[in-house]
Design a protein around this ligand. Structure first.
Ligand code: NAD
Length: 481
């Protein structure tokens, strides 16, 4: 790997370093990923060891003390300037996401725009101290103090947005933050931290990339005070166990199995088109993608027909007109291929797709696949597929469909689609999920808390509640002497 580079060097998007103590730091060994659309090798990225982890954490521990003393408005201005710089380089970052993740450029730009909107949105939030009691003889004031060193561990499906949505609240509240990107998508996280070198003091925003051993090195480090984790349920459980030894604060945003309930009174063609977007955007690799669709039996056939026609016309690729990109890495590609193979073995009715590759496409492409009314107990209904495979199910009785939708361990999101306001609110109120949408899905804003129910998570991100996740609560009781 090339030698250390100055922090003010122009970002070239071809060379990648850890960001430690305000410097770009190479590692002895490097690794690279594969472009999922072309199967060509991506650039080399750092392979961090316990040496880098220890160095970065110790530096963060010191930097956190000074950063915590910086007034809120100054921290906010630094974050706002960082967001503006990211906006100025939106296209560079979006093009990187195309080769890093295999996102069609449409969705890559969308991810950047979402993240920039979030970073700006966080700057609108505040966490002032609150007076709980102001009596003549006693005053009680509650405030929120930063935890110290926060680590953000993110998955590969939204490498920019999920990183930005953690680093914003962590830095705003006065913590030092170390980002650990996924081994499948190390590049954008490193570049985000590199960009941050222009706006945050050394050690306040750092990034380390590496292999599978890197996460545990961070979650077990005694000087890390908080871990904000986004990823799968099994890894989330391992992170929580690991954090318990030192009683680190932990936030878990985990997998989902979001259902959409489509009621009898909607236009099935319009509903099918909208639901296709929320099911197949990013090739279904979104925690809150629609992963099961329950359609009222009176419009089921029309809905299925419209959905099949719509998805069969979606263009493949990563270029300007593409909608369906490849699955993001080989490991996950094989996992989704196996899901499709199991569906074919079980002889479920496949209404669209069903093949384990796309003719003429070199990368990890899979066709949008629709399963027509599989058994409720089947894996494709009960488990998260995280890919372009969607089961459609029939319903007739409202309380029955609510029970079926609530009948999994997941509780990330859910939606209900109807023109009937009363039915919409009645059903929404019964759904066991952290985010419930009516006639839409997966809409998120920085001001609104995001939290998985059941095994979809622990704690809260975003909104004022999310800021509190990066703080200890402190009460000061004051009496006159
Ligand atoms: P994953 O759990 O395999 O990995 C997530 C991150 O954890 C990666 O950075 C990985 O390197 C790291 N990691 C792995 N083992 C670790 C350990 N023992 N200790 C600490 N860190 C460790 O998840 P993935 O396959 O990258 O992502 C897909 C999953 O993420 C899906 O289940 C999806 O639903 C979920 N997800 C959830 C949200 C949400 O906000 N709820 C958002 C996006 C993705």
């Amino acid at each position: 790997m090339a030698s250390e580079t100055s922090g003010n060097a122009k970002m070239d998007f071809k060379t990648f370093y850890n960001v430690i103590d305000g410097k770009l730091e190479p590692t002895v060994k490097t690794r690279h990923t594969i472009n999922p659309s072309t199967l060509e090798a991506n650039p080399e990225a750092p392979l961090s060891t316990s040496d880098e982890v220890d160095k970065a954490v110790k530096i963060a521990h010191e930097a956190a003390k000074e950063w915590a003393a910086v007034p809120w408005d100054e921290r906010k201005n630094a974050l706002a300037n960082f967001a503006a710089a990211l906006e100025a380089q939106l296209e560079d970052f979006a093009q990187m996401l195309v080769w890093e993740h295999g996102k069609p450029i449409l969705w890559a730009r969308h991810e950047l725009a979402t993240d920039i909107g979030f970073l700006k949105g966080f700057c609108e939030l505040s966490l002032p101290e609150e007076t709980i009691e102001d009596a003549p003889d006693r005053k009680i004031v509650k405030s929120y103090v930063p935890l110290g060193v926060a680590v953000g561990i993110v998955p590969w499906n939204y490498p920019v947005h999920l990183a930005g949505a953690k680093l914003g609240p962590a830095l705003l509240t006065g913590n030092a933050f170390i980002l650990k990107p996924s081994p499948f998508t190390p590049y954008s996280g490193l570049k985000l931290a590199e960009l941050g070198m222009q706006f945050f003091p050394p050690g306040v925003l750092q990034a380390l990339s590496g292999g599978d051993d890197l996460g545990p090195l961070l979650t077990t480090h005694p000087l890390v005070n908080m871990v904000s984790f986004t990823g799968s349920v099994p890894t989330g459980k391992a992170v929580m166990k690991s954090c318990s030894d030192t009683l680190k604060r932990v936030t878990l945003e985990l997998g989902g199995n979001d259902a959409a309930i489509v009621c009898a009174d909607v236009d099935p063609v319009v509903a099918a088109t909208k639901i296709a977007l929320f099911a197949f955007c990013n090739s279904g690799q979104i925690c809150m993608s629609i992963k099961r669709v329950y359609v009222h039996e009176s419009i089921y056939d029309q809905f299925l027909d419209a959905l099949v026609k719509h998805v069969q016309a979606l263009p493949f690729g990563v270029g300007e007109t593409a909608f369906i990109g490849p699955v993001a890495n080989e490991l996950h590609f094989k996992r989704v291929q196996k899901i499709i193979a199991d569906i074919n073995d079980a002889k479920f009715a496949v209404a669209a797709g069903g093949a384990e590759s796309v003719p003429g496409q070199k990368g990890y492409y899979l066709p949008p696949t629709i399963i027509d009314n599989p058994p409720e107990s089947s894996a494709i209904v009960q488990e998260e597929q995280f890919g372009p495979v969607l089961p459609l199910l029939k319903w007739s009785d409202e309380s029955d469909v609510v029970q079926r939708v609530n009948g999994t361990d997941s509780g990330l999101g859910a939606s209900v689609w109807t023109r009937d306001d009363e039915q919409a609110v009645r059903v929404a109120n019964q759904l066991e999920a952290g985010s419930v949408w009516i006639n839409t899905h997966a809409e998120i804003v920085a001001s609104t808390p995001f939290a998985g129910h059941k095994q979809s998570g622990l704690g809260v991100e975003w909104g004022v509640d999310g800021l509190k996740s990066y703080c200890n609560t402190k009460a000061v009781y004051r009496r006159a002497f």
